[in-house]
Design a protein around this ligand. Structure first.
Ligand code: ATP
Length: 349
């Protein structure tokens, strides 16, 4: 068995009058790790549940491995889903929980035990096989839930915020484990999260969703460096990208505090300039701003500024000694600026 590609073609899902997913077109490659990322209510869980067969599309088609699965029962899709709430059977041991899908398939006991051993070794659960779920930590329970999905060796793994119940340290550890698992297994992973760090660190490509619509589908670096629209620009990145509204005459962006030359043909007059906090360079440069708030975080200092009505956030070195009220000169990194049409919100440059 191998990985399978997954395709959403014009998929729409309405619950009564409420549209959860609109005309979703998404082609995920065999063996790819794709995250569906977006704020609460954007339709990512509904998309994943349709892929699992737990919800039916109102219209459009979903294919797995080239086969339309709209009418295929969840158990016949060759997918396995890992839920946020691990959904382990409390009365079964770890070993029995992992073996359960195989038992249901009618696999003989000896073969089942061999499979459970293999999965337990992969997930470092060997020492815990005789315990009950309540005797495990959150991270261990999550590994058992993963094990139960892995044991069936499906072509596609569906993961719905599987790390959200873990503490920050364990989440970081499990992120690394998932990357390694994906590499070892070579299967298709579709991962739902609202955590951009998870999406950025693990994915081959990220599908950014908002209001039931796909806003961008691209590798993490591209989503960060070339956001397709104002939503993606402001959603990805912490602190978020600065957005400064101004006017454009085809050659120069103008705001009372900032002017920047740009080469864009046929651009509109009303535009928004996007600047990441790390691209606001404090200390020297042609522009001036007033320091409003200084937040030392340890390894750097986040500085909030105001320049003729524009609010700006800058990342500064930890040792910078700026004070609120101070006026600082600044420059913008010219090769890292973004320009958007203020009306359509689409990227111009
Ligand atoms: P979250 O991160 O909060 O889980 P999400 O991006 O996964 O959000 P969905 O759960 O897919 O979002 O929900 C998308 C929209 O569809 C929401 O407005 C939600 O209220 C609605 N919705 C989801 N399931 C149902 C349902 N069974 N009945 C009615 N509306 C639903």
């Amino acid at each position: 068995m191998s990985a399978a590609e997954v395709t959403f073609c014009k998929v729409r899902k309405a619950f009564g009058n409420a549209v959860a997913v609109r005309e979703l077109d998404l082609a995920i490659g065999a063996g790819e790790f794709v995250s569906l990322l977006g704020p609460s209510g954007c339709g990512k869980t509904t998309s994943l549940r349709m892929l699992a067969g737990l919800e039916f599309p109102t219209s459009g088609t979903i294919s797995i491995g080239g086969r339309v699965v709209n009418d295929v029962a969840p158990g016949k899709r060759d997918v396995a889903m890992v839920f946020q709430s691990y959904a382990l059977y409390p009365h079964m041991t770890v070993g029995e929980n992992i073996a359960y899908p195989l038992k249901k398939q009618g696999m003989a006991r000896g073969e089942r035990e061999a499979q459970v051993k293999r999965i337990a070794a992969m997930l470092k659960l060997e020492a815990l096989l005789d315990r009950k779920p309540r005797q495990l930590s959150g991270g261990q329970q999550q590994r058992v839930a993963l094990g139960r999905a892995l044991v069936r060796s499906p072509k596609v793994f569906l993961l719905d915020e599987p790390l959200s119940n873990l503490d920050a340290k364990l989440r970081a550890h499990m992120r690394a484990e998932l990357i390694e698992l994906h590499r070892q297994l070579g299967r298709t992973f579709v991962y739902v999260t609202h955590d951009q760090l998870e999406a950025m660190t693990m994915s081959d490509r990220i599908a950014v969703m908002e209001g039931g619509e796909l806003r961008q589908f691209a590798p993490p670096r591209e989503v960060y460096d070339r956001p397709a629209n104002l939503f993606v620009a402001s959603f990805i990145g912490t602190p978020p990208m600065n957005i400064v509204h101004g006017e454009f005459n085809g050659r120069v962006f103008r705001h009372p505090a900032i002017t920047v030359p740009f080469q864009v043909a046929g651009a509109p007059t009303r535009v928004a300039l996007g600047v990441r906090p790390e691209d606001v360079l404090l200390g020297a440069g042609p522009f001036r701003a007033t320091v409003r708030v200084v937040e030392p975080t340890g390894h750097e200092t986040i500085v909030m500024l105001e320049a003729e009505g524009a609010a700006l956030t800058a990342r500064a070195p930890a040792e910078s000694h700026l004070r609120p009220g101070e006026i600082v000169p600044f420059a913008l990194r010219a090769d890292r600026l973004h320009l958007f049409d203020a009306t359509t919100e689409l990227r111009l440059e």
